[in-house]
Design a protein around this ligand. Structure first.
Ligand code: NAP
Length: 503
């Protein structure tokens, strides 16, 4: 078939309606390209729609964790809670009129790149079980890496008779009052949930494999007067955002170039533990033996006091099994539970594997990435033309707001699509050698970072011990690099497909 005559349903299909997908939709709306957003759930949102566990909030200040083009003077406090952030996203969706562009209950289960027509064929599963097919000139993945819960491999867990809840699939109606609760994990989600679980539960056991570094949180409420001032004087709000951005970037230097600074900060953090926890045995359990920043640093004023409560127990013995009544640990102790909370994080590779994307020459995204992730600035991947990732590999951050990365990626995606069309080409993809050289540079730069040199194991590292999650630099550097990426780094091939008039 002549590719010029190939009907596509949409120029661009965006998968996911979280901050990435919605940001992309707003940007596309201004271009006149046809697009749709496919959302597997019944409402807008991603992380902040799904994470309903008690205490869920963002540990990046909200004036920076918001779109640069839609500042919000009305943040109620420095670090907004999950529902306030979700409300902000819903407000943005209405203001920019993109709700009508989202198809809900539309789960993409397969994507196949058609090499002769240079389009993507997507299989979409509805909540009624019916499958349909869409043809897209380009696909933007706004699915993120943190939405497939990682479940611990505990023998007998399926026989547990109580309630089991992962932090990312929380039942908002669940009550912990009067119940014996166990929580596995002490990462960012657990640090936020534990103080509230401890307050409500009759007894809480925290199963800790590795302690977290938890710093005090300075989280003032913003009084009405300040919110009004930000509303009336947008420059004041912009100045506040700029100050937060600059202060956070200083942390990037410590992470990537001077882990010794973090060692010094660890001493201050250990003093924080000693202040909150009087029991020397508990203190010993809680002080990490790795450099702060090696795993995500968390912030809470309530975490250590919660662990010090009489009705909270921190269990550091390895979990060996589960049965109908609860968990068993390596010392032979039984822990009877009514509720087991899994704060065990996410299956990063699985977030993309379940999409079942096949690119050129039979390349399977999941299999390729199992062997080792290769991408170019986290946005494009060799062998997957006309496919763009938002918050893809090596673009997550441990020190500041990922929304700035998303905005830079949206701009790069638009630039690549424009260039493809300007050349009247059908496809754009990164050159494999360019992407491989980029990964080698990232590996070289990551070697000295705290994530590798800090003495811990984390989900930032792949099976070869290479960082495939975080950007090892500052946000301004990433913004500059993606703005200046040279078109010679990409292959533009074939001729354009046309948009179906029956759409
Ligand atoms: P996480 O950081 O991956 O933490 C998982 C926890 O579960 C770790 O303590 C881990 O121990 C433990 N664990 C996992 N499997 C286990 C097993 N089989 N047995 C015992 N313990 C086990 O997950 P998360 O806390 O959900 O956070 C994931 C990411 O989400 C964060 O890094 C962050 O990017 C994001 N997040 C952000 C915010 C925010 O405020 N912005 C809040 C929450 C989450 P080990 O350390 O020993 O592996």
């Amino acid at each position: 078939m002549d590719p010029m005559q190939t009907p596509v349903d949409h120029d661009v299909v965006i998968i996911g309606s979280g901050f990435s997908g919605i940001g992309m939709a707003i940007a596309l709306k201004k271009t006149g390209r046809t697009f749709t957003v496919l959302e597997k759930a019944h409402d807008i949102g991603g992380t902040w729609r799904d994470n309903l566990y008690p205490g869920c909030a963002c540990d990046v200040p909200s004036h920076l964790y918001s779109f640069s083009f839609e500042p919000n003077p009305y943040w109620s406090r420095a670090y907004a809670t999950a529902d306030e952030i979700q409300d902000y996203l819903l407000y943005v969706v209405e203001k920019y009129d993109v709700r009508g562009d989202v198809q809900f209950d539309a789960q993409v289960t397969r994507g196949v790149y058609d090499e002769s027509l240079r389009v993507w064929h997507l299989t979409v599963l509805g909540s009624d079980g019916a499958e349909r097919h869409l043809v897209a000139g380009a696909v933007v993945l706004g699915v993120g890496a943190l939405h497939e819960p990682s479940l611990p491999d505990i023998p007998g867990l399926e026989t547990f008779a109580g309630e089991v809840m992962h932090t990312a699939s929380w039942d908002p109606g669940a009550s912990m009052f009067g119940r014996t609760v166990g929580i596995i994990g002490t990462g960012a989600s657990a640090v936020q949930a534990i103080p509230l679980l401890a307050e409500d539960a009759d007894h809480l056991t925290v199963f800790q494999r590795t302690p977290a570094w938890v710093l005090p949180k300075v989280d003032p409420e913003y009084p009405d007067g300040l919110q009004d001032a930000y509303d009336k004087r947008p420059w004041l709000m912009k100045l506040h955002r700029t100050k937060i951005k600059a202060a956070n970037e200083l942390r990037a230097i410590a992470f990537t170039r001077a882990p010794a600074l973090l060692k010094a900060a660890s001493l201050g953090a250990a003093a924080n533990i000693r202040r909150s926890v009087k029991d020397p045995e508990l203190r010993r359990k809680l002080i990490p033996d790795y450099t702060m920043g090696c795993k995500r640093i968390t912030f809470s004023n309530a975490y250590y006091p919660a662990l010090a409560r009489e009705d909270v127990h921190v269990e550091t013995e390895h979990i060996t099994g589960a049965d109908a009544r609860g968990l068993t640990t390596a010392d032979g102790a039984r822990h009877d539970l009514d509720v087991l909370v899994l704060a065990t994080g996410f299956d990063v590779a699985g977030s993309y594997r379940h999409l079942n994307f096949t690119g050129t020459r039979g390349h399977d995204l999941g299999e390729d990435w199992d062997a080792g992730i290769t991408s170019y600035y986290g946005v494009t991947v060799p062998h997957f033309p006309n496919l763009f990732f938002l918050l893809g590999p090596n673009t997550a951050l441990g020190h500041t707001s990922v929304l700035m990365m998303i905005e830079a990626q949206i701009a790069l995606t638009l630039r690549l699509l424009d260039e493809r069309d300007r050349r009247r080409a059908g496809a754009v993809q990164v050159r494999e050698a360019v992407a491989q050289a980029h990964m080698a540079t990232l590996d070289r730069r990551t070697r000295r970072t705290v994530w590798i040199a800090g003495g811990c194991d984390s989900w930032y590292l792949d099976q070869f011990g290479r960082n495939r999650v975080l950007w090892p630099g500052s946000v301004p550097e990433y913004e500059r690099a993606t703005r200046r990426t040279e078109m010679v780094d990409y292959e533009f091939t074939g001729s354009r497909a046309s948009v179906s008039s029956s759409r």
